[in-house]
Each structure stands twice: as C-alpha cells, then as structure tokens.
Design a protein around this ligand. Sequence first.
Ligand code: UD1
Length: 458
Amino acid sequence: MICVSKNESNLNSQNLKIKGKTILKGKVKISGAKNSALVLLAASLLTNEKVILNNVPKLSDIEKMKNILKHLGVKLNSNNANNLIINSKNLHIGDNLPFELVNGLRASFFCIGPLLSRLGEVTLALPGGCKIGKRPIDQHITGLRELGANIEVENGFVNAKIQGEKKKLVGSKIFLSCPSVGATETLIMAATLAEGRTVIENAAREPEIQDLCLMLNKMGAQIQGYGDSKITIDGVEKLSGCKHKVIPDRIEAGTFLIASAATLSNITIGPVIPNHLESVLETLKATGSKILIKGNEITIKTKEIKAVNIKTAPFPGFPTDLQAPFTALMAIAKGNSEISETIYENRMGHVDLLNSMGASIQLVNNIAKIQGVDELKGQNLKGSDLRSTAALIIAALSAKDTSYIGGLEHLDRGYDCFESKLNILGANITRNFNEQIFFNQTIVDENISKNKEKFKAA
Ligand code: UD1
C-alpha cells in the first residue's frame, strides 16, 4: 500500500476531511504491533549481533525510537519497508540522550534495562507525564534496585549504575505492586543478562510481553512463564542475534472492528491472532455484531448496536487502548451503557468531543455514562491523544455530514496508514493542510523553542 507522504513538522496543522454515513466493505491488512515493535527495538540492544525484525509498522513512534538507537551508536538498515536490521555492536551512551529524542516517547525508557546490562551505567531523562495521566515509573525503578542497580532520580533524570567489579545485575524476587506492562518488560530485559534467577510476580500478561520473551528466548535467554503472572528468568552470559516477526497489532485490529460496527458495515481484518482479541470480540458480539474467525482473519457484520457496559482491565480484560473507540460506538448504541476506565486516571478526553458531535455522555469520575443517540453530526474537532483521535474518526465515519478531525500528530504515532486503509474499505477521507492552525501553531512552537531549557526535565 502506498501511504500519503506526511511532513512530520506540520502534522499538527493537518486534519482529515471525513465524509459521514460511510459504509465500509472489504478486507484490510493489519500492521505489526506498535507496542511490540518498540520494546523489541530496545531488546535488540542486549546483543552485539544482528537482530532482524520483520513486520515493523510505519509509525512516528517507531521513527523516534530508531533515532534514539542511532544516537546510541546502533546501525539500522532495511531491505524492505517493514523490515529492520539492527546492529548494536558499537553501542555507546556518549552524551545523554537529547531531550528532543526522548520527549513524548515513553517507550524511550525501555532502553534502561539493556543499556544498564551492557554498559553498567546509564543516565536517561524521565519519560514524564502525558495527557492520559501521570504514568509513574516507580515499579521499573524499584525492580531495577532489587536487581542490584544503584538508582538516583534527580532533576528529571534517572542515573542508574551497577556497583561492583563484575558490573552485573543479580537475580532477585520482584513483586510488582501493579501489573505494569512497561515495568514487566524493563525487568525482563534487565534480568536476561543478570547473574542467577529472577522471578517477577504480579507480572503483566499482555501479548506484547509474550512477543518480547519469544524473541529473547530465540536470542538465547532462559525465560519461562510468560503469559502468566509469574515469570522466571535465568540469567545467561550472552545473547545472540536472531530473526523475529512482530505480532499483529491487536489495538489496530480492534479499532477497525469497532469502526466497522459503528458504520453498520461488514469487513474482514487480518492477519491477527484471534486469542489476543478475545475480550474485544466477546464485547462486540454482545453489542449485536456477528463475528466469524477463520484462521488468522476475522470478519465482522453488524446490523444493530446494542448498549453494553465495559470496564477496562489488564490483559486478558478489555484493553484501555480501545476504550475511546468503544465509547464512540456506544454513543450511537440503542440504550444506556457505562464505560469505566480503570487503568489511567485521565483517559476520557474524547467524552466532551463526542458530546459536541451530539452524543449524550455524562462523565462521573472515570465512568462515562452514555445514553445512546440515533446519530452524531459532523464537526470540526481535534483529538487529544492517540486513541481519542481514532475515536473521533470512527464517530465522524458514522455521523451525518462532513467532519474535519485534527490530532494527526497523535494518530500517526500509532496507526500505520489509517486513513488510506479506511479509504480502501470505501471511506472518503482526505488529509488536508490547515493554514489557520499552522500559523497559530507556529507561534506556539516558537514560544516552546524559546523556553526549551525549561522543558528539559519534563
Ligand atoms: C503500555 C502501552 C500502552 C497501554 C498500557 C496499558 C507501550 C509502549 N504502551 O504502557 O499503550 O495503554 O501499557 O495496557 O507498550 N504504573 C505505575 N507505576 C509504574 C508503571 C505503571 O503506577 O512504575 C501505572 C500507570 O500509571 C498506569 C498503569 O500502571 O496507570 C498501567 O501502566 P503500564 O502498564 O506500565 O503502561 P505502559 O507500559 O506505560
């Protein structure tokens, strides 16, 4: 598929013109998982041999991570659009990673485990908060300390060092106070080259963690129990190169299924790993959609949308990353529903935006109380984060009239050719440059530039 060329620098001045009342039809290809690819890129730093990653999605978050790796002396090549050959032989930390590189990419912190294991010492900027909540990293830090790292957090930076002559972390028993995906991944990576056995209890079970462990075991790691809440890692001396294919993106898949349901359409998505989508498929069935699974493809057919309550939860529960798209679906369901966000403190930015399209949603703490309406109306809106932008696009596809949806700087972080894929399914979406937003944004950018020092520790 040829994607529209996107100029990174003015993404926040672009919007999508979306014709409403669209019916989707046909088949769409699901890309590799963003959240897997990001952590696999970090894990490739654990070896000085070549790692070949296939099925890497084309996303701005991946480009940011690639730039971080380049800054660390990693050579990156590719022989097709979705493959990456990663060579970390000359890994070095040099200067601290520039703020511009780590800013806005929480996954940049994934590098701490591999860098600590290979170099014995590292300083990284704190990933900071973001629009969906504070997102602390205390579990990463407590766990690394348990493994013997000396860690200080100062002025927005994390200084981590392994004491002793051997410069090796030491296996330990770690209990996570919450099943954090990122902390589980950080500690797995750090423990692979540690001395002795590490046991992580109350570990996250997300498919992306399973993908990470599969790749690390191909590299020679000794990890057992992944996919369960108790993971055992026996440290090894050295990891070797490997070839690995990133799993399909279950969140992208779920977003297309929800878009299809919201437009009363009939589409097929694939390749996917249906088990990764179990709670989403069960929920969509409860809303009245017919679901057919055939191998690694899923077909959805929708004639009605019934109201269903959901509560987000760690895997295998309903994913928080699909909460906003599902809210857009429930906004036009028959009846009343309640959507509870339990993972993030501030992930309801889409509620007011959907209300301005005619939805009837009342937000009480972190629960969206929705009274389904017959239809939404087209609007000119800007998504506040990655998944809220996807939710607005879904709402716009189902709404009457035309909508203009901004927030593409968020959308392109996590969806590979989103509007092109929707257009293949019959949508009528064009990406436009909005001069007015561009000029207003340029003034804001200039101010940010002038004050950059102040943002260093953000
Ligand atoms: C990952 C995903 C993100 C997804 C989230 C939950 C990546 C790059 N991102 O994010 O898309 O929404 O999992 O499925 O893989 N927490 C703490 N202390 C910590 C770590 C986390 O309190 O040290 C809290 C967070 O504030 C949050 C919750 O735990 O409320 C879940 O966070 P976590 O599972 O760590 O999410 P991420 O790994 O950041």
